[in-house]
Design a protein around this ligand. Structure first.
Ligand SMILES: [Fe+2]
Length: 353
């Protein structure tokens, strides 16, 4: 499978990934031959990247269907929680907790393979809860790397899923504004952590560790965040983890007011913000366990050749294994694989969308 921008897809290309919408419904199934009508529909829905079949990449595994199923269930359950603007109850959250449990088990059981899914680019439209789900997966991944217990992971997952619930009470005109917020509007926006905390404060199915994420996910390590300007260890560890996953997912998502950053630029931003925005210990974890380039994406190498990313090297997030299929003159060649960890004189120059 090849990961490509929706704008580079042509009628006749075969989808190698099932696409679900923000309500958890299946839009298109794996194996569907794309028509111009389907492509236009996906563009309308804001789906920017799709996996399609490619003759050079038939040995590269597609998505794990079990993982997709868990995420679909989670999206459905969350939809319900986020629609209860006024009063989120323990009952509403029960189903969500069940899916968090499944997510946690999946990530613990699949420690070695899971990191490739985390850089999966947005293939749903961008509702707050889809962003929350993706942030949750990244938080849990980091928590697993920190050897958190299952109970701790569930709190971390639950808190990250609910981190932006307070935005449900922010006026749509501010939330979806096409352009920069005024100072007054930004002040209103900044109330969402406290509003969210009020909304979930009395829920006993999530404990204080989880709730701290809702209240403190916009605090910064250097003390310049909000609502309280907490610094370093004053911010709960859970919120410090969620802060990294929230920002990472926000950067790789398309927003109304700006295009998404490519994953390599989002990754650089996280690294560059160590000690200011983020806890350096968590940024180190992120660097050591993350992969920058998703499987199946086309890249241009520093020697001028074009290649697809076909495998990751743990600990070397920007030096994956690649399959070269075009030479430096742009001519298609018989594909061959190289490992960028071994070929240190070659690096990735940029992503080709
Ligand atoms: Fe937030």
């Amino acid at each position: 499978m090849k990961l490509t921008s929706i704008f580079s897809v042509s009628p006749g290309d075969v989808l190698s990934q099932t696409i679900i919408d923000a309500k958890g419904n299946i839009l298109l199934r794996e194996g569907v031959v794309l028509t111009q009508k389907y492509i236009n529909k996906l563009i309308d829905l804001g789906i920017l990247y799709v996996y399609i079949k490619d003759k050079n990449l038939s040995d590269i595994p597609g998505q794990d269907l079990h993982f997709l199923e868990i995420k679909t269930q989670a999206v459905k359950a969350l939809n319900k929680v986020y629609s209860r603007v006024h009063n989120v109850s323990n009952g509403d959250f029960k189903e969500t907790l069940k899916t968090i449990n499944e997510l946690v088990e999946y990530l613990i059981d699949n420690k070695e393979v899971n990191f490739m899914y985390l850089t999966e680019l947005k293939t749903y439209d961008n509702y707050t809860f889809v962003h929350s789900l993706n942030s949750c997966v990244v938080s849990l991944f980091l928590g697993v790397q920190m050897a958190y217990s299952k109970a701790m992971l569930i709190d971390l997952g639950a808190g990250t899923l609910l981190h932006d619930i307070g935005k449900m009470k922010i006026p749509q005109s501010i939330l979806n504004k096409n352009g920069k917020l005024t100072e007054e509007e930004y002040d209103v926006m900044k109330t969402h952590p406290e509003i969210g905390y009020e909304m979930i404060k009395s829920m006993n199915s999530i404990n204080e560790r989880g709730k701290s994420i809702v209240l403190e996910h916009h605090e910064r390590y250097d003390g310049k965040g909000y609502p309280y300007g907490l610094k370093g260890n004053e911010i709960s560890k859970y919120a410090r983890i969620a802060c990294v996953s929230d920002v990472y997912d926000a950067l790789i998502s398309d927003r109304i007011y700006r295009r998404a950053f490519p994953p390599n630029e989002a990754y650089e931003f996280i690294l560059a913000s160590s000690g200011t925005f983020f806890d350096p210990e968590i940024v180190d974890l992120f660097r050591n366990h993350f992969c920058v380039y998703p499987l199946g994406i086309e890249v241009k190498l520093s020697n001028g050749c074009h290649a697809y990313v076909i495998g990751q090297n743990k600990g070397f997030p920007d030096r994956p294994r690649v399959r070269i299929f075009k030479n430096e003159e742009g001519k298609e060649i018989e594909p061959y694989d190289i490992n960028l960890v071994e070929k240190i004189n070659v690096c990735i120059e940029n992503i080709i969308f």
